[in-house]
Design a protein. Structure first.
Length: 336
């Protein structure tokens, strides 16, 4: 059994930063994640996508942010159980918790911090009859590496930020040979700046913009060759495509965590904003997995939540000790 001070379920950016904050208080952490590498969605879904709201970084790629957080946590020697989802949690006789993964790996600690992001998720798929036939043969639901689409004809479907941002990225950086954005409405849900940029690119011929339409069919032999588009006014259109990328978002689910006796509201864990504790003493929820009044699902908010949760965890682990806040600018960072 793996013994530690804090078990962190979720090795995304919030979980990784929590390792650093815990390390400053000499608390050891072990992270569990169902993905095969640290980083959560930043590594798995959009490692090459720029993030603009991390303090001190006007722009940073999601993958680079994870690299930096790993380097920041490194002095505190966190442990990792990767590629194994946390399945169950049990309270031991001494009040500590045992977390067991799908592969039977057992972890024990007095504190559990759930930093599971959106939890278990899967893409929302369009209702196209032969869609599954082209998965991994021209149909992708997320863009991991933009270079994969170098000199390829790409059709993106969706009206949110992901569809807009990736259309802009592939066109602006001259990666795809052609970029077509298809949306069923004449209006978009994404940021106005992104919408305007797509419109400008469409006027310049960098993006083919087809609104009030849906991709309803896929054509090809061994791989995707063409998409069939049903337009509300023009009828059936056909577009050459090596790749069809429907970006309709993810369907999040808490998975096994929903059965752990935690108070759940709208598929998220309710917490006390004093320290982001749950209804079970010793278990905290930080980042996108939690909910409270005026909650904002931002990475920087998760950093704040993890910091306060660690302070509370220290008091639970060491009730006899007084924790005096020490500034890293004065004391530096001393690892284990």
């Amino acid at each position: 059994m793996i013994q530690t001070d804090i078990i962190i379920i979720g090795a995304g950016p919030v979980g990784l930063f929590t390792v650093f904050e815990a390390g400053l208080l000499k608390l050891r952490c072990h992270l569990i994640d169902s993905l095969p590498q640290p980083g959560g969605q930043c590594s798995e879904i959009y490692p090459k996508k720029p993030i603009y709201d991390i303090p001190g970084f006007p722009e940073i790629l999601a993958g680079d942010l994870i690299d930096n957080l790993m380097a920041q946590a490194a002095p505190f020697k966190p442990g990792f159980t990767l590629g194994e989802a946390a399945m169950s949690i049990d309270t031991m006789e001494d009040g500590t918790f045992k977390v067991t993964t799908v592969k039977g790996t057992e972890h024990c600690a007095p504190i559990v911090m759930i930093a599971g992001g959106l939890g278990v998720f899967e893409p929302r798929k369009p209702p196209i009859e032969n869609l599954a036939n082209f998965e991994d043969k021209g149909v992708e639901y997320i863009i991991r590496d933009p270079k994969f689409y170098q000199d390829k004809a790409c059709v993106i479907a969706g009206g949110g930020d992901s569809a807009l941002d990736w259309s802009i990225f592939l066109a602006e950086n001259n990666i795809a040979s052609s970029v077509t954005l298809v949306h069923r409405s004449a209006s978009f849900r994404g940021h106005l700046d992104s919408v305007q940029k797509v419109i400008n690119f469409a006027e310049q011929g960098k993006i083919t913009l087809i609104t009030e339409a849906e991709v309803t069919g896929l054509v090809g032999q061994e791989s995707l060759e063409e998409v069939i588009i049903s337009h509300q006014h023009q009828g059936e259109l056909r577009k050459k495509a090596n790749h069809f990328i429907p970006l309709f978002g993810l369907k999040p689910s808490l998975g096994p965590i929903a059965d752990w006796g935690l108070e759940i509201e709208k598929n998220a864990i309710k917490v006390n904003t004093l320290d982001y504790s749950t209804n079970i003493p010793g278990i905290y929820a930080i980042g996108d997995v939690n909910t409270y009044e005026n909650k904002l699902k931002l990475i920087l908010c998760g950093f704040h939540e993890g910091t306060l949760a660690v302070q509370s965890a220290f008091a639970r682990i060491h009730p006899e000790k007084k924790n005096v806040l020490k500034y890293t600018t004065v004391n530096g960072v001393q690892g284990f």
